[in-house]
Design a protein around this ligand. Sequence first.
Ligand code: MG
Ligand code: MG
Length: 247
Amino acid sequence: MRRNAVELDKMRRAGKVVAEMHEATRAAIRPGVSTMDLNKIAAEVIEKRGAKSNFLGYHGFPAVICSSPNDMIVHGIPSETVILEEGDIISIDCGAIIEGYHGDAAYTAGVGEISKAAQRLIDVTERSMYAGIEQLTKGNRLHEVGRAVETVALAAGYGVVREYVGHAIGTAMHEQPQVPNYWPGSPGPTLKTGMVFAIEPMINIGGEETMLLEDGWSVVTADGSLSAHFEHTIAVTDNGPEIFTLP
Ligand code: MG
Ligand code: MG
């Protein structure tokens, strides 16, 4: 779906709120902090900006952020009993709604000093996201995004999660079409100005296989390897991709 200028402006504003949630949570990440502490910080930003959460209550999800440490890929539930420790990595995914329009973005950060292997995973995953974002140009085909993401991740020897993917976004957080982080075998729709997507590679140091934990939300790597996740909400414009979820 193509969004008009008024709609895009609302999404731009929603994106700024998400960026502020990122900045506020990122600044609080240190050993001893719980993932529930990070959730509270993000909730305060939503409240302060007069936004609504698109995570809270989504299929019953109980928080405004997903917090997924170490081998958890996505959808971790914030908890007072999950305390960040030196050397952990933590993926934070969150979103906001302004006047019915959605933003959605994620990042992975280290807690204190982290291993070289963990830092490399974070750097490559972020780079793979930007490689995908660069493909969001008018006239290009959507699945060039996945091809670009996968090229970066596979060159580093990592597993690309296939069971969870990016998506179009607008008046709902998850709209069609989906945006796989791999080449799905066909080029997909032609990109037009006004289309908006959430590009979100989930990359594992080990294999691509995932496992759902008993809480019904938390998705971890099947082999226990570390996983990273980066995401932005981006519009296709006449002048190339415009990232809405940057400060
Ligand atoms: Mg997200
Ligand atoms: Mg998303």
